[in-house]
Design a binder for this molecule. Structure first.
Ligand code: 4AD
Ligand code: MG
Length: 467
């Protein structure tokens, strides 16, 4: 193919004649006898330098239009660059063509306006900056690493519903979905109490966007053995923090015949494997983040990839945290749900490496977590990592029908709505476990980016759903 990406051209071993490259102009400068332009096409962080020599072609009409942001096509010969140049090769232009002009006065992506806050307001153009293009390339590679890891380990990729009638986490943070026309309140069907009659909705009942694919994932693991999901999840929690989004992607493996210990081992092995993959295969893009975003990025990634993770029972964590209460906003005592400040203290200050916190108090736990024999803790676990806190939440699932039913009754969860979930405990029940990893949080770990709004192309957060 004569049309080659910049990435392919920069890796091209030999001098090549008659090559075409297409991309966007990053910069252009003119000297007395030549002009130079740097072209980027998104394929790699590096630009290709183009040299326009008047002896090689007539560029008088196109050169003034080679402005930052313009889309161009350049045809010429790929030659070795002079010693000391940034790249080993450069393109000596013979012909050039402008696809789309770009007025530098009006183009929002300018060298001097690069704050993250500003770039969020032009999220449709920010992928044309080095930083956001690198972020998106890493995101793509990370997704690939996830699929590769599970495939290599005998897991099947399953697709669980996005529209659902069940609330997996029971936290009341679901977005409602309806086919009824909410714009016409007077015409909405009503029940005898005056509420909306959802039996007249498309699904014949109230439905929501999923907060997790776990419950359906469990049904598939109890047939296929090892499965994982990788899909979008939605939470209508009004948390305006650096690590919460209303729409995020989650990876949820689920394993039959698996208890909490093995679940924790899988979480550790999985995270190490994908950070290791990044260190091996994304060096150039990671280097950008290490230089301009987080100087400790490589140290953090090596820490997460190489160290044995600390396993810490909740009760032991409380014993460690209580003497430090002076430094915390929320004081710790047994039963308190640990907040991000406590999580970060454990992983960043105390152990200085990832920590798996397990056996959490049953009061703050989701209904499906398996009750321990002590009657007050459940087999839940959270993987905590530096800078982020909770990266993974998971558990061994309650597989005893009677215990699950009584837990649901305590929490006022209607068993009739979960008949199919309870069936798993009626027919061939087995110990099984799984976890959920928040993909955006993984991206924060991978890039050093400190705000979740900047690790996805179009963040969905309270008060903002532009684009
Ligand atoms: O701890 P969570 O709520 O666990 C579950 O949803 C389980 N059903 C998972 C399972 O066992 N299969 O969420 C899992 C992870 C968190 O550890 C966090 O990384 C991420 O999902 N997460 C969020 N990421 C971004 N924005 C939010 N609002 C998030 N809420 C959870
Ligand atoms: Mg959690």
């Amino acid at each position: 193919m004569n049309l080659m990406t910049v990435k392919e051209l920069l890796g091209a071993p030999a001098v090549r004649k008659d090559i075409t490259v297409k991309g966007w102009v990053r910069t252009r400068r003119d000297s007395k006898s030549f002009s130079f332009a740097e072209i980027n096409d998104g394929s790699t962080r590096e630009n290709l330098q183009i040299v326009f020599e008047p002896s090689a072609g007539d560029f008088t009409a196109v050169l003034p239009r080679m402005q930052t942001g313009a889309a161009v096509s350049v045809h010429g010969d790929l030659l070795e660059a002079p010693a000391g140049a940034k790249q080993k090769v450069e393109l000596r232009a013979k012909r050039a063509e402008i696809y789309g002009d770009c007025d530098p006065e009006k183009y929002p992506i300018q060298k001097k306006k690069t704050s993250d806050e500003f770039l969020r307001t032009v999220a449709h153009l920010r992928p044309r900056t080095n930083k956001y293009a690198a972020m998106l390339r890493i995101r793509s590679e990370l997704a690939f690493a996830v699929h590769k890891y599970f495939r290599d380990n005998g897991f099947f990729y399953v697709h669980t519903p996005i529209l659902t009638a069940s609330d997996c986490e029971g936290a009341g943070q679901m977005f409602g979905v309806t086919s009824l026309d909410l714009g016409d309140l007077a015409a909405l069907p009503r029940n005898d109490k005056g509420g909306i009659d959802f039996s007249r909705d498309l699904f014949g009942k109230r439905t929501f966007l999923t907060v997790s694919g776990q419950l359906e994932g469990e049904t598939l693991a109890l047939a296929l053995g090892r499965i994982y999901t990788f899909g979008p999840t939605f939470r209508a929690e009004n948390s305006n923090t650096y690590r919460h989004c209303a729409e995020f992607w989650m990876i949820e493996p689920e394993m039959a015949f698996c208890e909490l210990d093995e679940d924790m081992a899988l979480a550790e092995d999985f995270v190490k494997n994908i950070t290791g993959h990044l260190l091996r295969d994304c060096a150039s893009d990671l280097d950008l983040f290490a230089r301009f975003v987080d100087k400790d990025l490589f140290a953090t990634l090596e820490n997460v990839t190489a160290n044995k993770y600390e396993r810490l029972a909740y009760t032991d964590a409380v014993a460690l945290l209580e003497p430090e209460n002076a430094r915390f906003e929320t004081k710790v005592s047994w039963g308190v749900d640990l907040a991000s400040e406590h999580e970060r203290f454990l992983t960043e200050n105390y152990f200085k490496k990832p920590v798996i916190l397990y056996n959490k108090p049953k009061n703050s736990a989701a209904f499906y977590m398996k009750l321990n024999d002590d009657g007050r803790t459940v087999r839940g676990m959270d993987l905590l990592v530096p800078r982020i806190g909770e990266l993974i939440g998971g558990s061994e699932r309650e597989n005893r029908l009677d215990v699950l039913e009584s837990k649901m009754a305590d929490m006022k969860i209607d068993p009739a709505a979960y008949w199919w979930y309870l069936d798993l405990r009626r027919f061939g029940s087995v110990p099984h476990s799984g976890f959920g990893l928040g993909f955006e949080r993984m991206m924060m770990l991978a890039t050093g980016i400190s705000n979740i709004r900047d690790v996805t192309a179009y963040p969905r957060v309270p008060g903002y759903a532009e684009f």
